[in-house]
Write a protein that binds this ligand. Structure first.
Ligand SMILES: NC(=O)c1ccc[n+]([C@@H]2O[C@H](COP(=O)([O-])OP(=O)(O)OC[C@H]3O[C@@H](n4cnc5c(N)ncnc54)[C@H](OP(=O)(O)O)[C@@H]3O)[C@@H](O)[C@H]2O)c1
Length: 263
């Protein structure tokens, strides 16, 4: 599935209380783009549920949010490689009992191994990429669906990757599992019923100075790339109510303007 691109001039200036009273789950919130998104959502009024594996990193994100004077976040660790359906159902149930609602999920958790030929990728490699990049995000979203459907204006954002749209040698299981997110989001959006307010978005961040970028492009100077925080405005646009009337599913940040990807 190869979407077409339409560039949207974006001088988006989110209002300070854009996400007030909303509860947003951010996966992979301990570092990188998930961390940047979590802080931006909190700074704009959301109660953020911080997900990741490494509790120390999640606690550091929690402290950073408290320092902002933003709503108190929650920490919910879960390893996507080891999880089960029962754990995912329990995860959603914990959100219901502690936060009472869920207005969005920002899927930033990702599994990435150094670039290598497909000839070297075994079953374990495929399973880990599929679990973290595709199947657990899908199953977690499904587990949270009753809560999302109760929210007046819910959004699910999947972060994808340029090589998922333009595949190239050595991007193997990572690009393949990421590419399926476009199909997943399209099917899910098509299954939203009349009267339900739920939108699915796939976003390509483009190159950005993050820990995973330094793994995929080890020779690159981080100072030449957009910062993690510079993408936060795009994430706020996608997660907030100003994106409500838009029927497009695919977007990319490129690097300053937000670009729409049409099917
Ligand atoms: N950085 C870029 O240049 C770039 C470009 C295009 C697209 N993207 C996309 O943007 C997204 C975020 O990228 P990033 O660079 O911010 O990634 P990152 O810094 O590598 O962070 C990945 C996150 O995923 C979590 N994670 C990894 N394995 C997990 C597992 N088994 N269970 C649960 N959580 C797990 C990590 O949690 P712990 O740290 O707690 O283990 C970490 O918080 C990805 O989808 C990536 O494909 C990034």
């Amino acid at each position: 599935m190869t979407p077409n691109f339409t560039t949207l001039p974006c001088n988006y200036a989110p209002r300070a209380d854009l996400l007030k009273d909303r509860v947003i789950l951010v996966t992979g919130a301990g570092q990188g783009l998930g961390h940047a998104a979590a802080l931006a959502f909190a700074a704009h009024g959301a109660t953020v549920i911080l997900h990741g594996r490494n509790v120390a990193k999640l606690e550091a994100a929690y402290d950073a949010i408290e320092e902002l004077g933003a709503p108190q976040p929650a920490i919910m660790p879960l390893d996507f490689v080891k999880t089960t359906q029962a754990e995912l159902d329990g995860f959603a149930q914990s959100i219901r009992s502690t936060c009472k609602r869920l207005d969005g999920i920002f899927h930033a958790a990702t599994h990435f191994t150094p670039l290598m030929p497909l000839a070297l990728q075994d079953l374990d490699t495929w399973r880990k990429h599929a679990d973290v990049n595709l199947t657990v995000p899908a199953a977690l979203t499904k587990a949270c669906m009753p809560l999302l459907k109760q929210a007046p204006d819910a959004t699910v954002v999947f972060l994808s990757e340029t090589h998922a749209i333009s595949p190239n040698a050595y991007w193997g299981a990572f690009a393949t599992t990421k590419s399926a997110l476009a199909t997943l989001a399209t099917i899910w959006q098509a299954e939203v019923l009349e009267g339900e307010s739920l939108r699915f978005r796939v976003c390509l961040p483009g190159p950005v100075a993050s820990p995973s970028r330094s793994k995929s492009h080890p020779g690159e100077l981080a100072g030449t790339l957009p910062s993690l925080a510079s993408l936060a405005t795009h994430f706020l646009y996608l997660m907030g109510p100003d994106n409500r009337g838009d029927t497009d599913i695919f977007y990319r940040c490129d690097p300053a303007p937000l670009t729409r990807l049409h099917k």
